[in-house]
Design a protein around this ligand. Sequence first.
Ligand code: NAI
Length: 460
Amino acid sequence: MAEYDLLIIGGGPGGYNAAERAAAGGMKVALFEERALGGVCLNEGCIPTKTLLNSAKIYESALHSSAFGVTVEKASLDHSVVVDRKDKVVKTLVSGVGAKMRGAGVKVVPATARILGKEPDGFAIEACGEKYTAAKLLICTGSEATVPPIPGLREAVESSLAVTNREILDIRQVPESLVVIGGGVIGLEMASYFSAAGASVTVIEMLDKIAGPTDREISEILKSNLEKKGIKFALGAAVTSVGGKAGDGYVEYKAKDKTERVPCSLVLVSTGRRARSVGIGLETLGVLTNRGAVVTDECGRTSVPGVWAAGDVNGKSMLAHTAYREGEAAVNSMLGIKDSVDYRAIPSVIYTKPEVACVGETVESAAKVGIKASEHKISLRYSGRYVAENEGGDGIAKIVVDDEHKTILGVHMIGTYASEIIYGAAAMVQRHDRVSDVRRLVFPHPTVCEVLREEMFAIN
Ligand code: NAI
């Protein structure tokens, strides 16, 4: 008989949440984590970056407070104190996850787990010289930053001239100049913080717009706001080489047939992440992968019966909140409860100032799946609270509606509180709400989210 009902590899949001749910469902669970509980999200992603960005927000508010009748003399940002606070926040939350696991009765094994294969007793895992067996296995090993094969970049990483999202969180001194390779979520959030902290920041992005799949107009509004803060952008730019030494380097890129060289003291590589599926023994079971990502169905089942996967390792959405849902859907599927993740309604947020938050389709993406849709735009200045709290804000919200049924397919926003408003929009998308349904909802007043209600009345 297997010792456990479920063995989970990886204690990030996918793994620890699934462990709690599985234990609540009556399963005997062991969770393996080789670093700290909480995974990338808690230790080197979502939480530390939000801590840094909040300090930047407070500092920028102090700098611009006179417009609001508040005088702050000699405002300054002490990066070292910000990093100490970030460490404190992370420590608190990591120990909170530990307490949750203890409370749920989950056995946490703080070690690297390796799958040994399927044995008569079930799936076998080795960790720290001990063997564990269970009837079911859940893979939540997450993802890692990619370092593209740019000449000189690997050497730059080795010499610490270049860093990834992990190392940059622990640097104690703000670099004089920072080049960010990749204008996606990580690149923009880090560019925002380090620019506020005093670095001269240049973002080099291969595409002709920042923020990846974000609505083009919203991407442009974000770029113009970040430019006003002094961040420079090179778009449609292919990085050709990185050189120099730590503290004194350069990045060269080619854009419109011209080669430019940007001197810098630090380089951040934020060109995307890839699933972590190698070296854990998946091959002993023959679990199917596609370009390193574990192939799963809508409730997390892999190609091998009894083995599930959730979170970044499946390469689908690479967001902590998706990992939570995927872990839950996997556990429900193990328990025989019908469940699946609705990937249409997963919100995404960029925590810059202004914030960007989106959910669902754009007109273009709807067209690709054969739906004729229209976009309805409203300025956030229709919100009394937005006007009261922002000087010259240029935030907008766009609602994407299916032309035939007037169903809400997507909401895309830039501006204050967008990150907190978007879950309501996600609920509309997930429930297939129609414009007429939302017209009957009561929104609190005065709030920024009210613009969504207002816009519903402009849609015919
Ligand atoms: P990303 O995929 O968001 O952006 C990478 C960007 O780098 C793309 O725009 C790409 O065109 C560009 N790029 C790639 N190679 C390049 C090159 N050689 N030269 C110039 N540009 C190049 O990846 P990112 O920012 O590294 O984030 C990784 C993951 O972490 C994402 O899946 C993201 O969703 C997640 N994340 C989410 C956060 C949030 O929800 N707020 C915060 C941080 C990360």
